[in-house]
Write a protein of this length. Structure first.
Lengths: 186, 212
């Protein structure tokens, strides 16, 4: 997680070009990764990150400094919201009725053995609804109630989507296990 | 167990802070885009100020220079009144060989105490052809005669709705004064007993409409 001092943030507020550039360069790559997990497509991801950056520099006067990671967290929230807005334009998150799912077997050992890049690719292969709920629940740490409000769906639908996402991940992991020495996703 | 799985996924994903290997980007150009997008806000602010500033400037200029620069055509007191002579507005019709008299009415302003008197003058609508220019003197004299006659006979005249023709009468020369009256809509023929046609009873008046 990238950190920034209070002095750097003050310089950004005073529109110091070199500090703004430093912040931009430091945050572009992690924000691109976060945004790509939602939108998948590179062009859409770029647009989303740039919109988030614009908002950050425009609204930096309203930013409250708590610690050195607070700017990163703030921008991350902006970028996730931008990505969700983009998804809402093209996707209807009213997806499926609530269903019961069998217990998913423990795959902790497999996940631990996997490379981060492979897990990322695995998540990008999920359908939009599954991927969005999984990202919001697992990575961002939102509750199902919060996710339901964000995506304008029922809480039960959010849970269903999460369970289906996990089930789909299991399938992909089993395929991954089958590929003994091959590189995943290529 | 599920939480442990989720923690592993989260930590692995959050460790990805570098751009993908197959993705190349020019960060300088992207940064310029972001900065350019932030600039127009100031321009809009200036434009917002420009409108009231221009209004104020024009008002101040108006106060400084006053009415001296206002063209005389815009000031009511300086506007030249058009000539109101009776014959100024009458344009000759070039196409017509013969001019027919037209009626010009001068109505006075209506006041509640006085009755409105309408003064009627007959003015011949003259056709000034290039060939007939030498006759203009004669026409002018004719106009003046008509005016004099019409003024004398300007007392209350009942509008005749029809013209009565007696076939027994002798043909009289046309009186200009009588010609100046309004053209009748009907001509009434009066037949004597001897001149009556079989189908027409004596003393019966035959009327026909002159103009349709």
């Amino acid at each position: 997680m990238k950190t920034f001092t209070k002095h750097q943030i003050e310089l950004c507020r005073k529109a110091d070009r070199s500090t703004q550039r430093l912040v931009f360069d430091a945050l572009y790559a992690p924000m691109f990764r976060i945004c790509q997990r939602y939108l998948v497509h590179t062009a859409q991801t770029e647009d989303c990150v740039l919109k988030g950056m614009m908002k950050m520099f425009q609204e930096i006067d309203s930013f409250i400094f708590e610690d050195e990671t607070s700017l990163f967290k703030w921008l991350r929230q902006i970028v996730v919201n931008e990505a969700l807005m983009e998804l809402r334009k093209k996707n209807n998150f009213y997806l499926m009725p609530e269903e019961s799912f069998p217990e998913i077997a423990d795959q902790q050992d497999i996940l631990s053995a996997m490379h981060a890049e492979d897990i990322n690719k695995m998540i990008l292969k999920l359908p939009t609804g599954y991927r969005t709920v999984l990202n919001l629940f697992v990575v961002e740490g939102y509750s199902h109630k919060e996710i339901a409000e964000m995506l304008n769906i029922k809480e039960s639908t959010s849970k269903t989507q999460y369970m289906k996402a996990k089930s789909k991940l299991k399938e992909i992991l089993e395929n991954y296990r089958g590929e003994a020495n091959g590189t995943f996703g290529e | 167990m599920e939480h442990l799985e989720n923690n592993i996924i989260r930590k692995k994903l959050e460790s990805l802070e570098e751009l993908p290997s197959n993705y190349e980007v020019n960060l300088a150009s992207k940064f310029d885009l972001v900065m350019q997008a932030n600039q127009p806000k100031k321009k809009n602010y200036l434009l917002w100020l420009a409108v009231p500033a221009s209004i104020a400037a024009s008002f101040i200029l108006f106060l400084i220079f006053g009415q001296s620069n206002i063209p005389s055509t815009l000031i009511a007191s300086k506007v030249k009144k058009p000539q109101t002579s009776k014959f100024d507005n009458i344009k000759p019709q070039k196409q017509m060989a013969i001019g027919f008299p037209i009626r010009v009415k001068n109505k006075k302003a209506i006041s509640p105490s006085k009755k409105v008197e309408s003064k009627t003058t007959i003015v011949p609508q003259l056709a000034v052809n290039t060939k007939q220019e030498n006759k203009t003197d004669q026409i002018d004299s004719l106009v003046s005669e008509i005016q004099i006659v019409s003024n004398n006979s300007n007392q209350k005249q009942k509008k005749s709705r029809f013209r009565e023709i007696d076939f027994n009468d002798q043909v009289l020369p046309v009186n200009l004064a009588s010609e100046s009256k309004k053209e009748p809509n009907f001509i009434r023929f009066k037949f004597s007993d001897g001149a009556a046609i079989n189908s027409i009873q004596p003393e019966k008046v035959l009327s026909y409409r002159q103009s349709f």
